[in-house]
Design a protein around this ligand. Structure first.
Ligand code: ARG
Length: 571
């Protein structure tokens, strides 16, 4: 049991059915929170069961209600074509909330999995762009969510640090001289110079190709320069990770180069299995089900005609490494949707090769593009592709004026709050929509103080802290849920485990965002109708309301933390 009340009720329904010799699982009981006044949950299973058993659904529903043994349920009632409405016992609900510890009702996974999580994964000698920002933010949230849910997660950063571009860049730098200590913008510039030279000068292009060979065969001077480039870039990435409070460390770097020693082995293994073929001189696999526009089977190229290895085979090696060598059970890749087909083909080929077994899953966690207000991929005013640091700086600037206009804090104390608000807004904008969709980036919407934004949640949480501060160390609890607004908030808080379940199951942080927004809204409803600190509020009611407020803050704070967002206690 995960702590989700719907699953608890599902187990009760399953028990009732088992007594009638009908076997279903708790989740097959199809219990959902109810939208109806008076009902807390609804069971939708009787319709399909009716069909299966050849009985009218209402009759099945009534039999479930009659056979139900559920101490947490105050009332259950058949409605419509065969729904069952459940109302929870209010006292059961308040006892449950009173018993919450810092896990807030979330029980650790009964069968923990071992996830390898590929996220961020920028390219060496290139500036991180907003696509990497999305991967970084979404990946970080999944890391935190999966760990909180009780799974083991090993993050890894698949740096683009290998292959043809580096032959070009290293050749260029060794010809013009490399002194080290550059900004990432310099590296970006060197890379573009190298690219130009490569396109214009065939002799340089030949030398660049020889450099790739030198790099791959471990030539010392070439490798030394390469290492400098990688380390310098990694330092720039680390700065962004620190700014954004991202868990990735240098130890988590498993760049493309890491898999280089495995590539020949992967190919000869797959050749020995007889699943490869030669096409146009290249060694390929043709996983079934993939075709180009003309209906011809699509190859996954393992080794190019010139003997070079590419992006595809490197990812086959990642699958083999994390499953076989590191004993992971599930592989997650947080990468933009344009790479969807690449991953589908890699996963299919991995199944053919047995690198992925029946108990393993591999999931491409795709995400859409960030659009500017013109509906096109977001750019700087000058028209260049937007740099991450610039975007984050701008976010903090906007937040600084927002905070200044509302805060009673001393200017010095506003600095940290503005950072939390600005960076939180960028993260939340990334996380609060269905990740597969593109989204439009507008400061006004991201920093709106009401609506489904992080600022709204942060202010709600800070308001609660201010109430708790005013109350001093007045003892809190036990919780009672006498007023409708108290009960509505209490029910929401008790649904935190379900929100975590949903976000984890779908790798969908936006489900947690939606839940937090609803929780903050329920708190507003409560706060408007249920005075906490007023003179007229009786002592026991005040203690209960303080406890309910504190619990709301705990849920908002934990939820934001799982999204990688700070929750200041004073704004
Ligand atoms: N470096 C790649 C890019 O910027 C992303 C790598 C994603 N991970 C992977 N295993 N292919 O597009």
């Amino acid at each position: 049991m995960s702590g989700d009340i719907a699953l608890l009720l599902g187990a009760r329904v399953a028990d009732a059915l088992a007594r009638m010799d009908v076997a279903i699982t708790p989740s097959e009981a199809l219990i959902r929170p109810s939208g109806r006044a008076g009902a807390d949950y609804q069971c939708n299973a009787a319709m399909s069961l009716g069909k299966k058993l050849g009985k009218p659904p209402r009759e099945v529903a009534q039999a479930i209600v009659d056979g139900l043994d559920a101490p947490e349920v105050a009332a259950s009632e058949v409605a419509g074509p065969g729904f069952i409405n459940f109302t929870l016992r209010t006292e059961w609900l308040s006892d449950r909330l009173t018993s919450f510890d810092d896990r807030l009702g979330v029980e650790p996974a009964a069968e923990p999995r071992r996830f390898a999580l590929d996220y961020s994964s920028p390219n060496v000698a290139k500036e991180m762009h907003v696509g990497h920002l999305r991967s970084t933010i979404i990946g970080e949230s999944l890391l935190r969510l999966l760990r909180f849910a009780g799974h083991e997660v090993v993050p890894h950063n698949h740096l683009g640090d290998w292959g043809t571009p580096f032959g070009m860049l290293i050749e260029h730098l060794s010809e013009t001289g490399w002194s080290g200590d550059h900004t990432i913008t310099d590296l970006n510039g060197f890379y573009q110079e190298a690219r130009k030279k490569f396109d214009a000068d065939p002799e340089f292009a030949d030398r660049a190709r020889l450099r790739v060979v030198a790099l791959q065969s471990g030539d010392a001077a070439t490798l030394a320069l390469w290492k400098d480039l990688v380390e310098e870039s990694a330092r720039h990435f680390a700065k962004i990770y620190e700014l954004l409070d991202i868990s990735l460390t240098p130890e988590d770097v498993y760049g493309e180069s890491y898999y280089n020693p495995y590539l020949a082995e992967v190919i000869s293994e797959m050749e020995a299995m007889g699943i490869t073929s030669i096409s146009d001189g290249a060694v390929c696999v043709f996983p079934p089900g993939f075709a180009n526009r003309d209906g011809e089977p699509l190859p996954l190229i393992l080794r190019k005609r010139d003997g070079g290895y590419g992006y595809h085979v490197t990812d086959l090696a990642t699958v083999r490494y994390w499953i076989r060598d590191r004993g992971m059970t599930d592989l997650l890749y947080v990468v933009g949707t344009p790479q969807a087909q690449h991953f589908q083909m890699v996963f299919a080929a991995s199944r053919m090769a047995g690198y992925l077994g029946p108990d393993n899953t591999a999931v491409h966690i795709g995400f859409g593009t960030i659009l500017g207000s013109d509906g096109k991929t977001i750019r700087t005013r000058a028209g260049g592709s937007l740099k991450l640091v610039e975007l984050l700086d701008e976010a903090v600037q906007h937040a600084t004026s927002l905070v200044a206009s509302r805060s009673s804090l001393a200017p010095d104390d506003q600095v940290a709050v503005a950072r939390a608000v600005g960076l939180g807004a960028v993260k939340y904008a990334d996380l609060s929509g269905d990740r597969e969709k593109d989204y439009t980036f507008t400061w006004e919407r991201m920093l709106a103080t009401d609506g489904n934004t992080s600022v709204y949640l942060q202010y709600a949480n800070a308001r609660i802290h201010s109430i708790l501060r005013k109350a001093g160390d007045t003892a809190r609890g036990p919780i009672s849920l006498a007023e409708p607004a108290e009960r509505a908030l209490g029910l929401k808080l008790a649904q935190f485990p379900a929100a975590i379940d949903a976000a984890v199951a779908g790798y969908a942080p936006h489900k947690l965002c939606q839940y937090l927004f609803e929780t903050a809204t329920a708190f507003t409803g409560f706060y408007e109708t249920c005075p906490v600190l007023a003179e007229s509020t009786p002592e026991d009611v005040r203690r209960s309301r303080l406890a309910l407020s504190a619990l709301t803050s705990a849920v908002l704070t934990k939820g934001l933390e799982l999204l990688g967002i700070e929750a200041p206690t004073q704004m």
